[in-house]
Design a protein around this ligand. Structure first.
Ligand code: FAD
Length: 353
């Protein structure tokens, strides 16, 4: 069987590796001249997000044969709302992982196991390849193919500005900032790459790209993030729903298939899992839509929580952070292993704005 994969990001590469394992050698097309996003950054794998999976790297290794190394385990999350600060410490929070072009990035760790050919410097079109290949897997990380196929339902767009900064950081601590003055219904975060470097991001919904610099300055000032900035980058991220993930012989995975939650923009784990499931569906002639159902159900739950959070003003954010910081609730969330997403949803439903 001839299979093409468009995009050598985490989802496309996870799919390619799984196909290889199942005896199919796909051809991967990548628009850049090498694997890895040009901008280096730290991403998090947050265990809480994809329960009942308790440890995402362990799951990828055991269930998918994908052996990935983190930069560091995530041991502390510090959450800041306008007038509150909450610290969560646990051994089971998740991982910090490398993204970009270094050999240690998730993309390059995956690519190291690849024996299938990668055609670099090529912008591929799913509809052209669908005539040439038996199956085409779309893993371009954007909504363009789903739009072209008439499968995309947009409900928001977020402008993201990021920076690579120098300073002194704890490599196990992730900082999360909530304040509607600079983030609207988005948020800011600082994720360490190592002891001396970190990536800072601000995600703001409902603004135009040209407005971002004002929000960014306010963010750095309000949170006193006075670090030495090495480089900055900006992008617009479209949030939406993909109403079908397979059309004829074209399958959509990763961000392109809507496998990213709007709650915190987490898409790494579901993206790789969707790639593995697409490979299994192709090799086993199985129903891809059926295989991804548990994943899409969870994404819907997280997105519903996001829509509740969108309604909070700064007073509401302070209240929420206060409640999440209460000892019993904190224990329930981060130590008990119970799925607390529905409980947070219930707490937010009780808020009056
Ligand atoms: C700033 C930022 C921070 C994030 N932080 C986190 C986080 O902390 N945790 C988390 O879980 N998720 C995070 N995410 C989301 C996560 O990065 C994505 O969900 C994940 O990268 C999706 O992988 P993908 O393979 O689907 O797409 P991508 O990683 O975007 O890869 C797509 C690949 O396709 C290539 N490509 C695109 N178009 C074409 C074409 N036409 N032809 C050929 N090649 C093409 C691209 O060059 C790229 O290599 C973050 C996203 C952003 C933007």
């Amino acid at each position: 069987m001839r299979v093409a994969i468009i995009g050598a990001g985490p989802s496309g590469l996870a799919c390619a590796l799984q196909l290889q394992r199942l005896g199919i050698k796909p051809v991967v097309f990548e628009r850049f001249h090498r694997v890895g996003h040009p901008v280096e950054r730290a991403d998090i794998l947050l265990h809480l997000a994809w329960l009942p999976v308790k440890d995402q790297l362990d799951y990828l290794a055991r269930k998918c044969g994908l052996y990935l190394h983190p930069m560091a385990p995530l041991r502390t999350i510090i959450m800041y709302s306008p007038s509150r600060r909450m610290v969560i410490r646990s051994r089971r929070l998740g991982y910090l992982v490398h993204r970009g072009r270094s050999p240690l990035s998730i993309e390059n760790q995956l690519a190291a196991g690849l024996s299938s050919p990668v055609v670099f410097d090529t912008i591929a079109d799913p509809r052209d390849l669908a005539r040439e290949f038996d199956r085409v897997v779309v893993a371009t990380g954007d909504s363009i193919p789903a739009r072209q196929l008439g499968l995309w339902e947009e409900y928001d767009s977020v402008v993201i500005k990021g920076a690579l900064v120098l300073g002194q950081f704890d490599p196990h601590t992730f900082h999360m900032f909530w304040d509607t003055r600079y983030a609207n219904h988005g948020y800011g975060y600082l994720a360490p790459l190592d002891r001396g470097r970190a990536s800072i991001h601000l995600c703001v919904g409902g603004i135009k790209p040209e407005e971002m610099d004002d929000y960014w300055e306010l963010f750095l000032e309000a949170e006193k993030l006075h670090y030495h900035i090495i480089e900055t980058h900006e992008q617009q991220f479209h949030c939406g729903r993909v109403n079908r993930r397979q059309v004829g012989n074209i399958l959509l995975i990763g961000n392109s298939g809507g496998f990213v939650c709007n709650l915190l923009g987490l898409g790494l784990f579901p993206g790789m899992i969707s790639g593995v499931l697409a490979a299994r569906a192709i090799a086993g002639n199985d129903d891809y839509e059926r295989l991804v159902k548990p994943l899409t159900r969870r994404i819907n739950e997280l997105n519903e929580l996001r829509s509740k959070l969108d309604k909070l003003d700064n007073h509401g954010l302070d209240r929420l952070v206060g409640i999440l910081g209460m000892l019993g609730i904190k224990h329930l969330i981060y130590h008990s292993g119970l799925d607390i997403i529905p409980k947070i949803y219930a707490i937010l439903s009780g808020f009056k704005n």
